[in-house]
Design a protein around this ligand. Structure first.
Ligand code: NAD
Length: 255
């Protein structure tokens, strides 16, 4: 037996962080639509309220700042109490920052980006792996970025955090593969979610065309295209991938 996922017909438990906006919100709706039971968290309370209204009562929707160990523990304790297992975990919560050259980046900005984007993934992975080891099965998808595999001028802290996520992904894949826990990363290029809308608002007029000019497809990904990839990477059809960092970038990293 290769996998010990839920019995055929049983509903999977899918945990997703940063579910209140962007990729996370769209993915939550899609997972719910295909019948998964969801454990969702976000740091933004108001987005969680509207998520609860949208998805109905059978899912766990929990306020949690993934950069804080005690909050993460509270979230995972609630997930296990409610559902008893985690079949799929998507570590998606993340933040970007205003553009700055490395030597000009504020130390506090550096710390905050690393806390949310890297420590947040680390804290969640620890709990996910421990639970999945007990189950003898489970799959983790970390949402990294093309900035996890390429340099990202003016986004040094973000770039370092996402390289870190790719490193954690590879390490965990090697350490836990034999126990039935698979760990992969998705590395999207730019996509017009609220995170990128904010970057564009803060940037100059030519910023968007500078972003897309470098991409062979000459456009950003639609958020739905990224979410299609998330859904497939977390599906039962994806059973042998482990330790991969999949770029979804319109050809940017092929240049
Ligand atoms: P978004 O801002 O629309 O959504 C991110 C969500 O994460 C928000 O709901 C936010 O409240 C939540 N969040 C932020 N900090 C948190 C914390 N400390 N604890 C819990 N939740 C927190 O952004 P998005 O574009 O959907 O980004 C999702 C992920 O995709 C991020 O990790 C981001 O780095 C990554 N990514 C985005 C793009 C892009 O172009 N949009 C490209 C590559 C990677």
């Amino acid at each position: 037996m290769v996998r010990k996922m839920p019995e055929t017909g049983a509903r999977r438990v899918v945990l997703l962080t940063g579910a209140g906006s962007g990729f996370g919100r769209l993915a939550a709706a899609r997972f719910a639509g295909q019948g998964d039971k969801l454990a969702l968290c976000d740091v933004n309370d108001s987005s969680l309220h509207s998520l609860a209204e949208e998805l109905g009562g059978e899912h766990l929707i929990f306020p949690c700042d993934v950069s804080k160990a005690t909050r993460v523990d509270r979230f995972f304790d609630a997930v296990i109490e409610r559902f008893g297992r985690i079949d799929v975990a998507v570590n998606n919560a993340g933040i970007a920052h205003e553009q700055c050259r490395l030597a000009d980046c504020d130390d506090e900005l550096w710390s905050r980006i690393l806390e949310v984007n890297l420590t947040g993934v680390f804290l969640c992975m620890k709990r996910e792996i421990r639970q999945m080891q007990k189950q003898g099965a489970g799959t983790i998808l970390n949402i990294a970025s093309v900035a996890g595999v390429l340099g990202a001028p003016m986004l040094g802290p973000y770039c370092a955090s996402k390289h870190g996520v790719v490193g954690l992904t590879r390490t965990a894949a090697v350490e836990y593969g034999r126990q039935g826990v698979r760990v992969n990363a998705l590395c999207p290029g730019y996509s017009p979610t609220p995170l990128v809308a904010e970057m564009l608002r803060a940037g100059d007029e030519g910023m968007e065309s500078r972003m897309t000019d470098r991409i062979p497809l000459k456009r950003m990904a639609q958020p739905e295209e990224v979410v299609d990839a998330i859904l497939w990477l977390c599906s039962d059809q994806n059973s042998f991938m482990n330790g991969a960092s999949i770029v979804l970038d319109g050809g940017l990293t092929a240049c």
